[in-house]
Design a protein around this ligand. Structure first.
Ligand code: ADP
Ligand code: TRP
Length: 336
């Protein structure tokens, strides 16, 4: 039986934080070790330039995101790891798919609808004010990413479910109109995903400025951890896990028995200051090795580039074969 193919993309905007690590990177690296699957992971830089118009940010973030995955244990021998923009076949497929995608389908995409809604609320005369074609067609590019490698399963966050459904729709339309060339992808949502809380108790997110960065040194991590909100309880007073977001972060970096012991220490009156020292020590211990690797990689980005180029070569070989069939199916063929 052929292996199940799992594919996902990561947009290259922003520098990874502990939430990304616990919720996305750590589980994906573990899942890629499953011998029954074949995994594809790519840096979605063409998606990055839809939302971010700062070239330096795109560039830095591409380096940071690539180094992060490698430092956290992604094995480029097992996982086909590449940069979207290194696969020109994806762009060709993007156009062919654009030619069979109903505009009405794109009108229903969440990101576009949200932009229109914001214009209406701000009494903008033109509901499409500020909307670029990249944003409007975003789901078609994502469809090309997925169909190019005939992925069976696409693990994504809840906000991306609609896009994978659109990819199924577009694949079905192509198969019906031309030739059965595309696998219909299935979305995979991990129900048990650990949502990490931020310093202020809300979901940790770069948009809220409440993150603990992944790649700081031990001292800076301690400093960030010291900012986690707590109540005013004195040392010696019994404390409950739900009295500070620090508990949930501790849990994400500990075994169940370590978490139980920590709960007991809080109940016995552990001072918040001491609790923060224990938490920072946990984070720093788990990340010690990855941090070393991250620093090595970012100090010599050509290592990262070589890995990405090797991944792209592997990916393009496959992409080319399928794209040739797709072109032929739509009537783009050599004359003879
Ligand atoms: P941000 O909210 O900082 O902008 P993204 O939306 O770029 O993060 O998310 C990238 C990945 O990290 C997604 O797979 C998302 O599910 C995961 N992720 C982001 N924040 C958290 C969090 N606080 N806890 C768990 N996973 C998270
Ligand atoms: N749009 C996805 C996100 O913002 C990233 C992405 C791009 C992706 N292409 C993909 C995810 C293909 C899965 C499959 O998270």
């Amino acid at each position: 039986m052929s292996k199940k193919r799992v594919l996902t993309g990561v947009t290259t905007t922003g520098i990874p934080h502990l939430g990304n690590y616990v919720g996305a990177i750590r589980p994906a690296v573990r899942a890629a070790q499953n011998p029954d699957t074949e995994s594809f992971l790519f840096l979605a830089d063409y998606h990055g330039i839809i939302k971010c118009h700062e070239p330096e940010m795109i560039h830095q973030s591409t380096r940071a995101v690539a180094a992060t995955w490698l430092a956290c244990g992604l094995d480029p021998e097992r996982t086909t790891f590449y940069r979207q923009s290194d696969i020109p076949e994806v762009m060709e497929l993007n156009w062919i798919l654009t030619c069979i995608t109903a505009k009405g389908l794109m009108n229903r995409a969440h990101a576009y609808k949200a932009a229109v809604q914001a214009n209406v609320e701000n009494n903008q005369e033109d509901p499409d004010f500020g909307v670029e074609m990249g944003l409007f067609s975003y789901p078609i590019l994502m469809t090309a990413d997925i169909l190019m490698f005939n992925a069976n399963e696409v693990p994504v966050g809840r906000d991306q479910i609609q896009h994978v459904e659109m990819a199924r729709d577009i694949a079905g339309r192509f198969n019906h109109r031309f030739q059965e060339l595309f696998t219909l992808p299935e979305v995979k949502i991990d129900e048990n995903v650990e949502l990490l809380v931020g310093l202020d108790g809300r979901k940790m997110s770069k948009s809220y400025g409440n993150t603990i960065p992944l790649w700081e040194n031990d001292k800076k991590t301690q400093k960030s951890v010291n900012k986690i909100i707590t109540n005013m309880k004195e040392p010696g007073e019994p404390k409950q896990p739900d009295e500070s977001p620090l508990f949930e972060i501790y849990k994400a970096f500990s075994t169940p028995s370590e978490t139980a012991a920590f709960t007991q220490m809080l109940a016995d009156g552990l001072a918040w200051g001491e609790a923060k020292k224990l938490l920072a020590a946990k984070i720093n211990a788990e990340l010690a090795e990855p941090r070393e690797r991250y620093n090595e990689l970012t100090a010599d980005p050509s290592q990262i580039e070589d890995i990405l180029q090797a991944g792209a070569a592997k990916a393009r070989k496959e992409a080319r074969e399928l794209l040739d069939k797709v072109r032929d199916a739509v009537g783009i063929r050599p004359l003879k």
